[in-house]
Design a protein around this ligand. Structure first.
Ligand code: BTN
Length: 259
């Protein structure tokens, strides 16, 4: 195995960002980096502070699911204080940043499955959980939580093996988590700053979605819908063309691509 610990110095040395990752706090093991990030944000942590864990024991996923983060994976959370109108774009920033950094560090092509799963060779390598606290029209904080299967043998984890993969499995060799985290933080910052310049982030995200134009099944809450994933709206919603011709706007859900 390559020597690849994620100490604060390993992450910050040579990092070329303006504010993201200037403060990095690393833990050998944590229940969830998002929980620690939210608690620190509530106490006024600096914008761009990053919480990293070598492993999570109670990692949380979207829709109240669990997220596995054994050693060899990346689990980190970034604290931000964005304006309210940035909130819907944070999943776009995060998923694009992950896709760009995977491509930069491994040379493999990465795709995004709506809303923010990152896939390599059609299988999930990354999950993103954005959480925020909003009071009135002010965002108290937002936390972008990112989990990436980097150097893992997914067959050791039967619960995720059918739909998930890892970068090492797809590449056939281990990947430097340090390089990947540094690239990821730089990409998150670049895209986050680009939110001030109109809809370029939205367009990049839309153009990378593997979901569009495909027959899909979408579960959203207790409901399930089928149709063609026709487009997405600037607020991140999926626009589903149903068999009766109507267009349904889905704000949150889980997509399965159908043949
Ligand atoms: C999903 O695909 O359901 C989202 C998974 C998000 C996992 C990351 S790992 C870092 C951060 N801490 C958590 O507890 N969850 C997110």
């Amino acid at each position: 195995m390559i020597e690849d610990s994620l100490s604060a110095a390993a992450v910050t040395d040579g990092l070329s960002t303006r504010f993201i990752g200037h403060e990095v706090i690393c833990y050998p093991s944590l229940p969830s980096t998002n929980d620690v990030a939210k608690s620190r944000a509530g106490k006024g942590a600096k914008e761009g502070t990053v919480i990293v864990a070598e492993e999570q024991t109670a990692g949380r996923g979207r829709i109240k699911r669990r997220w596995l983060s054994p050693p060899g994976s990346i689990a980190l959370s970034i604290i931000l204080y964005p304006p309210l109108d940035y909130l819907p774009s944070l999943i776009m920033v995060a998923s694009l940043a992950v896709a760009h950094s995977i491509e930069q560090v491994t040379g493999m092509k990465a795709q995004i499955k709506w809303p923010n799963d990152v896939l390599v060779n059609g299988k999930k390598v990354c999950g993103i959980l954005v959480e925020s606290d909003v009071r009135g029209d002010k965002v108290d904080y937002a936390v972008i939580g990112i989990g990436i299967n980097v150097n893992l043998e997914v067959s050791d984890f039967p619960r995720i093996a059918p739909l998930a993969t890892s970068l090492s499995r797809e590449l056939g060799r281990e990947v430097s988590r340090r390089e990947l985290v540094q690239s990821l933080l730089a990409q998150v910052e670049k895209l986050y700053l680009a939110l001030a310049d109109g809809d370029s982030v939205f367009k990049q995200w839309r153009d990378r979605l593997v979901t569009l134009g495909k027959k899909v099944q979408v579960s959203s809450g207790d409901a399930s819908y089928q149709g063609i994933a026709e487009s997405v709206a600037p607020d991140g919603s999926l626009l589903l063309r149903q068999p009766d011709g109507s267009l349904l706007k889905i704000v949150a859900g889980d997509v399965t691509l159908r043949q």
